[in-house]
Every structure is written in structure tokens, then in C-alpha cells.
Write a protein that binds this ligand. Structure first.
Ligand SMILES: [Mg+2]
Length: 345
């Protein structure tokens, strides 16, 4: 097994603004794993608010390649090998996990969802994310997202009612809102949750600061619409701590280190009556098609990361009329259709 990487910069179609950050690009590290002439792909997406970056991912991949060269037997063993690396780097682990699922699917001539025992080709609607913008900017973005049936709106500012009212002047589509930890007053949050429910908002993501579990629990017990943990729900280990503080969790492959861990989170959420949202960073079709393999298990889908960029190097995964369609090709079902200079480790 040979491992390769390439630094790549995703170009966003629009300037992307959330409650504490604004940007036009997202760095990623693309990973290629090659075995017996079969090439498989994964990716680590690295938005600037993560502690990891391209260099730490490449360092992790380098360590991993040293271990692999000493010999490995099977995929479960590879997860144990990753655990033996004393650095926490979930985006790098996700990149390896995604590429391994692609590789195994291609070797066994099965789609990833067949490998995972999940049956579904056509999936529910994905939301499309609209960042914070001027009234005119919001209008342009919403009109450009016409084919999507659900919108995800970033709020968490002092102007939240105005932002949602502005959206409502343009469209009556159902909305998911992401507060990105931007609220701090319980009673105001409760009043907002009732007002948002009246505005056909279907869920509220991460209203309060990470670790404000008492506040989140108070709101989750009162809000008419589900309160979904994002920053508070990074991986399986978090769920035991937060399960009573939220009505659901947003699972992202980059946060939780890939498909293997995401499946454990899905099983945990189902057992503990937590709603499941599948989310993403800005990502190429590699990570988005990986997450989409799990989408039939989710209550809410927010897998638009590849639709937000203008230079996706992969093809084969698409959404049309706001619905995700999975490719029937083996593995992730994607092809690399751009000349990328991969560096061998
Ligand atoms: Mg979020």
C-alpha cells in the first residue's frame, strides 16, 4: 500500500461568513492510497477554526505511512495502528478512513454503502448553506440556490430576526438555522426558538458556547424545534456527556475521524433517541460522497460542501433538485478528473 498526498485550495463560490469568521477559500489535503494498481481517494478539509492545518495533516500522514510500511493485515487493524500515533488529528484520520473505504469498495467491487450494509440510492433533500451577507447578497445567494428545497442559514448575531425576516421576504422554503455558539441569554434564546418555529425553521444548531451544557439542556427541554449539537458533538466520546443536553447531533466526518466513527455515533444516537443530522465542511466530492453513503440513516442532511466550491477535482457525485444522487460505481463512486500532483510518502 502506497500513500500520497496533495495540498489543494478549495475556492468558494461566495465569500462565506458565519458568526465569528469570514473567508473565500478552504485549504484541504487530498489523500491517495494505491494498492495493486487500484487508486482510492480521501481528503482532510481544514477550515481556519480547526486546530489542524495542512502541515499537521501531512505530518500525521507521514507517521502513518511509516507504520504501514512496517506491515499491516486488514482494515480493523489499520484503525488500531492509527490509534497508536500519539497525536489527535481527526481530519487526517478521516482522510485515511475515507480512502480506505473507497479502496475496499473498489477491491470488492461494491459501493461503500453496500460494504456498510446500507441500502439507498436516492436520498432525502440536502440543505444548502447561505452565509451571513448584506440584504442584496443574501437575495443573490438564495436565488442562486433555487433548486434546493431546504436552506441552512447562519445566524448568531444581534440581527437574527432581521436576517430571517429578510429570507422570508424572498422564500418560504423550510430553514435550518446554525447559531454557531452565537447566543448567550437563555430567555432570549427560548423566545427566538418559538419565533423561529413560527417562521418554518425546522431546527437550531449549536445555540450556545461549547460546554454550556446546562444552557443547552434548558433550551432543549423547552424549544418547540430540535436543538442540535455541532461544536459540542465532535465524536462518540462526547455523546455520553451531552446526550441529555440536546435533541440531536450533527455528525461530520472531519470532526469524528471518518465513516468508522460516524457509524458508531449513528448507532449511539438511535439508541439514545437523539435526532441525526449529517453535516460537512467545505469539501470536495470525495468527503461529501463518503458522508452521503450514510445519509439514509439521518433525519436532516446538510451535505452541500461540494456545491459551495468552484474547483471540485472529483466528479460522479451530484445533487439535483436539492436531492443527493449516489453513483453506482464501486467505492465512493467518484473519479478524479483534474491533473493533481500527488507526493508519495
Ligand atoms: Mg454548525
Amino acid at each position: 500500500m502506497n500513500i500520497f498526498y496533495a495540498k489543494y485550495l478549495l475556492e468558494l463560490k461566495h465569500q462565506f461568513t458565519i458568526s465569528y469568521n469570514s473567508r473565500k477559500t478552504t485549504p484541504v489535503v487530498l489523500v491517495k492510497i494505491e494498492e495493486n494498481g487500484i487508486a482510492a481517494y480521501g481528503e482532510a478539509s481544514l477550515p481556519p477554526y480547526l486546530p489542524e492545518n495542512q502541515e499537521t495533516v501531512i505530518n500525521y500522514l507521514t507517521e502513518f505511512s511509516h507504520i504501514i510500511k512496517r506491515g499491516y493485515s486488514d482494515i480493523p487493524n489499520i484503525y488500531k495502528l492509527m490509534e497508536s500515533i500519539p497525536v489527535q488529528n481527526n481530519p487526517a484520520k478521516a482522510a485515511i478512513d475515507i480512502a480506505l473505504h473507497d479502496l475496499t469498495g473498489k477491491k470488492e467491487k461494491k459501493t461503500c454503502r453496500e460494504l456498510l450494509g446500507i441500502r439507498s440510492n436516492s436520498l432525502p433533500y440536502t440543505s444548502y448553506t447561505i452565509g451571513i451577507d448584506s440584504p442584496e447578497g443574501m437575495r443573490n445567494k438564495i436565488e442562486a440556490a433555487e433548486e434546493y428545497k431546504y436552506l441552512k442559514i447562519k445566524i448568531g448575531t444581534k440581527d437574527d430576526r432581521r436576517i430571517i425576516s429578510q429570507v422570508r421576504e424572498i422564500t418560504d422554503k423550510p430553514i435550518y438555522v446554525d447559531v454557531n455558539q452565537g447566543w448567550d441569554n437563555l430567555n432570549e434564546a427560548f423566545e427566538m426558538s418559538k419565533w423561529l418555529a413560527d417562521q418554518n425553521v425546522k431546527l437550531i444548531e449549536q445555540p450556545f458556547k461549547k460546554y454550556n451544557l446546562a444552557g443547552s439542556q434548558w433550551l432543549s427541554e423547552r424549544s418547540p424545534i430540535p436543538i442540535i449539537a455541532d461544536e459540542d458533538a465532535q465524536s462518540l466520546a462526547d455523546l455520553e456527556v451531552i446526550k441529555n443536553s440536546f435533541n440531536g447531533i450533527n455528525i461530520k466526518l472531519m470532526k469524528c475521524a471518518g465513516i468508522n466513527e460516524a457509524l458508531k455515533m449513528i448507532n449511539y444516537a438511535k439508541k439514545n433517541n437523539l435526532k441525526i443530522m449529517l453535516g460537512c465542511m467545505t469539501e470536495t466530492s470525495s468527503a461529501i460522497s463518503a458522508a452521503s453513503q450514510l445519509a439514509s440513516a439521518a433525519d436532516f442532511i446538510d451535505l452541500d460542501g461540494n456545491a459551495l466550491i468552484s474547483n471540485d477535482p472529483f466528479s460522479g457525485h451530484h445533487a439535483s433538485d436539492g436531492k443527493i444522487y449516489l453513483s453506482d460505481k464501486s467505492g465512493l463512486g467518484i473519479d478524479l478528473n483534474k491533473e493533481i500532483e500527488f507526493i508519495k510518502l
